[in-house]
Design a protein around this ligand. Sequence first.
Ligand code: HAM
Length: 424
Amino acid sequence: MAKKLISSVRGMNDILPEQTPIWQHVEAIIKKVLDSYGYQEIRLPILEATELFSRSIGEVTDIVEKEMFSFTDRNGDNLSLRPEGTAGCVRAGIQRGLFHNQIQRLWYIGQMFRHERPQQGRYRQFHQIGAEVYGLDGPDIDAEIILMTARFWQQLGLDSLELQINSLGSTEARIAYRQKLIDYFSDYQEQLDDDSQRRLRTNPLRILDSKNPQMLPLIKTAPQLLDCLDTESQEHFAQLRELLDETGVKYQVNPCLVRGLDYYNRTVFEWITNDLGTQGTICAGGRYDSLVEQIGGKTIQAVGFALGLERLVLMLLQSELPKPNNAPDAYFIIAGNEQVTKQGLHLAELLRDALPNLRLLVNCGKSSFKSQFKRADKSGASLALILAEDELINQKITLKYLREKRPQVILEQSELINYLKNLD
Ligand code: HAM
């Protein structure tokens, strides 16, 4: 009897070879920009103590309440797959002494896990690239982070992302605002949907984030956080806006932008697209000046962001932009006896020594000319190199263009490297 097939876990995708070129393209561009701004890579564990996330992201956030993949290990320790990268980065910074009188500009890439309902653009395992800066409190670094993300889109050729910004003010201002919101929404209890009723008790700011159209009129007339900001935060926000105006980044102030994680204060921002339906937030971040202390370190200011790679890749796939591919430049057809195979493999290595950028796919496994040509065509290579017994005897090599109408070329093997070097 056939064995039962074991499938991947719901919401967790394989990224297949046909898709990896676009992933590599996106990652390479973003890494290059990060590098050009002087950010350094940090590599962090995927598994952390559950408490790290409940203490940082917040006990009453959707992520911690309902979305973590948590378990008790063999020693009885409570662990979770990371739902995001900021908490782990802060933990590593404190534990490894990265924050002592130092400014750090860090970035990371990797899988994150959230037990959400999967749909296009929302998965249970997804990938983020994130950056975090420690030790700077001015609006200039907030602007740098935003400008750097704007440069990602520009370098990727994406022009349909919109920037929304807001300020959440100081923790104290937010506590006062929270009470104002509770007072306001309590007067309209019967008009609140179930989610908002629950949030009124736990996390009233998140009511402002509601996507339920019935809630919108109530939200529109709710007291605005921007009107309740402390003076320093107001100044910080005004200066950030001036910096963005000066550098020509377009943005919208969205007073309802509150973010789903609890650790933010002052600047928050999101890059949004209309191209992906409901999962339109591509990149999000902000300032989190009290998190390091909350996790057990000394007070140190911090700001950062993370972008969702799946969403970015989807955007690129849906765009008219040319799609990168990793097709080989040449496919090496080797047909004949053992001697031909030996010489073929040797020649291929000589080519790789001389032309390190050449993508050369060598046919392995005995097969007919016909099936080797089929494979060559399928590989996407533009050129076939052919070595058969005739060529072996005469020390020649035959070149056949697979995508252009150009005559076949027969070369001395000793001429091959130079010939390939001069091809465009
Ligand atoms: P976040 O808004 O929770 O922020 O996630 C950042 C981005 O990750 C989202 O804008 C989205 O593109 C992507 N994302 C989130 N959940 C999913 C999912 N289930 N499937 C696919 N993509 C998803 C953070 O994670 C913060 N740590 C950002 C940050 C860094 N703030 C300061 N520093």
